[in-house]
Design a protein around this ligand. Structure first.
Ligand code: 6GU
Length: 237
């Protein structure tokens, strides 16, 4: 998959795309991440891409024309079918289901807003899917774009070993993960639950399922309720 990121701050991405699994996935050819500096598409000799809002008010708005030009340039260069996403606090809420949908696309073009966002005609002209990563305010779409990059890349075939498939299941299955322990068996008086060192695989699986359920009901009653509801609907089919 090719993921293009259109941003005013490409250097913000260097740490995230240059380490760990995103680095490995690029080296392994499962993903190509291409950073596009929106300023390269400015029509102005000072490389300006923003201007004050019509009607007044605080802050600056990103002009539509450089965004149209940046996307057009990508489309002409093999991204005819890439799915367009615009990161904005006013978008639909990102979740694991959407990550899975996005991971099936041929390519993605992520548009990162900043300041007071994009001129509305970007949305009118390009009809991107507008996505938010949650109900809080960030200074721009770059960190949300990194969240998408990470969550989508780890779903691409061959990126994670089958060993990690448990993690794939977590939010998709609507439950939180059970607690994990590693060596040593006792740390500062805190012991590993007996069942995990018992060698009884059946008992271990049962304990983990129970802990997952307990945690989900305690911490995320909304997830627990949604799961019950979908189970009920499934039974009615
Ligand atoms: Cl996509 N952008 C900004 N600026 N803030 C956000 C967001 C996006 N998602 C949650 N908060």
């Amino acid at each position: 998959m090719i993921i293009d990121v259109v941003t005013l701050f490409p250097s913000m991405f260097s740490g995230v795309v240059g380490e760990s699994i995103l680095k490995r996935a690029q080296e392994g050819g499962q993903v190509k991440i291409n950073l596009v500096n929106l300023r390269d598409f400015s029509q102005d000799k000072h490389r300006k891409v923003d201007a004050p809002p019509y009607g007044g008010g605080p802050g600056m708005v990103i002009m539509a024309e450089p965004v149209f030009d940046a996307v057009e340039d990508l489309r002409k260069n093999g991204r005819e079918e890439s799915f367009l996403v615009l990161l904005t606090p006013g978008g639909v809420r990102f979740d694991q289901t959407l990550a899975q949908e996005l991971s099936k696309q041929k390519g993605l073009i992520l548009l990162c807003g900043h300041y007071e966002g994009f001129d509305e005609r970007v949305s009118q002209g390009l009809s991107p899917l507008e996505v938010s990563i949650g109900d809080y305010v960030l200074t721009g779409g770059e960190i949300p774009a990194m969240v998408l990059l990470d969550s989508v890349t780890r779903l691409l075939p061959g990126v994670l070993g089958s060993k990690d498939s448990r993690l794939q299941e977590s939010f998709t299955s609507g439950t939180l993960e059970y607690p994990q322990y590693t060596r040593p068996q006792e740390v500062r008086g805190l012991k590993v639950p007996e069942v995990l060192v018992s060698g009884d695989h059946g008992k271990v699986a049962e304990w983990r399922e129970e802990k997952s359920k307990e945690r989900t009901e305690e911490r995320r009653p909304d997830l627990a309720a949604a799961k019950k509801k979908s189970k009920k609907q499934f039974r009615q089919l």
